[in-house]
Design a protein around this ligand. Structure first.
Ligand SMILES: Nc1nc2c(c(=O)[nH]1)N[C@H]1C(S)=C(S)[C@@H](COP(=O)(O)O)O[C@H]1N2
Ligand SMILES: [Mo]
Length: 376
């Protein structure tokens, strides 16, 4: 462990040969829980079932009245705001699906050693807060501003680099109003829970989780590209450690199934009775609205189009889909594949990268359908 703390390079490390999941990954996996996939049934993820990812410790904030958010850097009027000040600005509520950029990592081979998500690092909530644009307008952004850096109150060491959790957005995204980037204090109408950023976090609709800075305490307008660890070392798509890599930004499309039937405790293999049933699930993309979901019941050989529910006025949230299927005795592999309005879709095979980011390969759900004749 000591040796690993000092390792240079990306956020994850490649496993040694076909290394099994280790205790360090197990510790991460128990801290950072996923959405139980049966909760894909809900439009809004019930409290406690939304996935959680925290790099360091969850800050202890017993008293939110003393929390201060500062806005400084390349601005004419630096701001210092408490929660009462923030509530005096116009409030916006937006339904947004969040997904961790590492979702799908543990399906890669070789498996990048980090938080070992399968497909469950996702959730949908209604977030309430102030459009970031209004705060930046109040502060008066200088003409030479290029990016906006967001600092969380959490602190740790990652790959040998001690740091506050920090991420930046390009100025045009930060100032955008389609959609608004929000500084939020409430999730599903209640104050943010500690694990989701109490008392303040950023919500950037359409972007992977790493941009959604929790425990937000400082916003800094800068005149050159931010080079912090989470921007230039972590969250890059790289094949080789020495590459600069492309930044991870917006969520690629993904469709998931509500697990049909009932599970086997250990393997999670699904058991369904023979006969007609409705397959259903959710689909989302952070680039453009999902326009098509297809379903396969033969491990991706043939596909049929699923019925996609309207977005209900929530373009940044997952959409429900459904498709009829008749289970026949035997084993089946079920899959769903989403495509968005910009033509982004899901590959059958993973696109590997060292950090294990943005793996939106189609989900494979093993289903066993017992033959009633076998029970005599
Ligand atoms: N301050 C801070 N913000 C953070 C993180 C963190 O470790 N520290 N993790 C990020 C990552 S990687 C993800 S996926 C999302 C997870 O948000 P959630 O736990 O509310 O689902 O928070 C993001 N914001
Ligand atoms: Mo994440």
């Amino acid at each position: 462990m000591g040796a690993r703390l000092g390792d240079a390079g990306g956020p994850a490390r490649p496993p040694v040969s076909d290394e099994a999941i280790g205790r360090d990954e197990l510790a991460l996996a128990t801290r950072n829980h996923g959405l139980p996939l049966e909760a894909l049934r809900y439009d809004l993820t019930p409290p406690g079932l939304h996935y959680v990812l925290t790099h360091y410790d969850i800050p202890y904030v017993p008293d939110t009245s003393s929390w201060q958010l500062t806005l400084n850097g390349r601005v004419r009027r630096p701001l210092r705001l408490d929660l009462t000040d923030l509530r005096a600005f116009p409030q916006v509520t937006t339904r947004v699906t969040l997904e961790c950029a590492g979702n799908g990592r543990a399906l890669l081979s070789p498996r990048p050693v980090s938080q070992p998500w399968l497909v469950e690092a996702v959730g949908t909530a209604e977030w309430t807060g102030v459009p970031l644009r209004l705060l930046l307008e109040r502060a008066g952004v200088a003409g030479d501003a290029a990016e906006v850096v967001f600092t969380g109150a959490d602190h740790g060491v990652e790959r040998g680099v001690e740091q506050d959790y920090r991420r930046a957005l390009p100025l045009d995204v930060a100032l955008g109003d389609e959609p608004d980037v929000l500084v939020v204090h409430a999730m599903n109408g209640a104050p943010l829970a500690p694990q989701h950023g109490r008392p303040l976090r950023l919500v950037v609709p359409g972007w992977y989780g790493m941009a959604q800075v929790k425990w937000l305490r400082e916003i800094t307008v800068v005149d050159e590209p931010f080079t912090g660890f989470q921007q230039t070392v972590a969250y890059r798509l790289r094949q080789q450690p020495e590459e600069a890599g492309e930044p991870v930004t917006r969520i690629l499309p993904r469709a998931l199934l509500v697990p049909p039937g009932f599970p086997d405790f250990m393997s999670r293999t699904r058991v369904v009775a023979p006969g007609p049933l409705t397959l259903e699930g959710r689909a989302w993309s952070g680039h453009a609205p999902v326009t098509r979901v297809e379903v396969s019941a033969d491990d991706g050989r043939t596909w049929r189009q699923a019925e996609l529910a309207p977005d209900g006025g929530h373009p940044w949230a997952w959409r429900r889909w459904r498709s009829p299927w008749t289970a026949t005795p035997g084993e089946h592999v079920l899959s769903a594949r989403a495509t968005d309005a910009e033509g982004h879709t899901q590959p059958l095979a993973a696109r590997w990268n060292r950090g294990g980011f943005a793996n939106n390969q189609v989900q494979r759900v093993r289903v066993v359908c017992p033959d009633p004749a076998d029970n005599g």
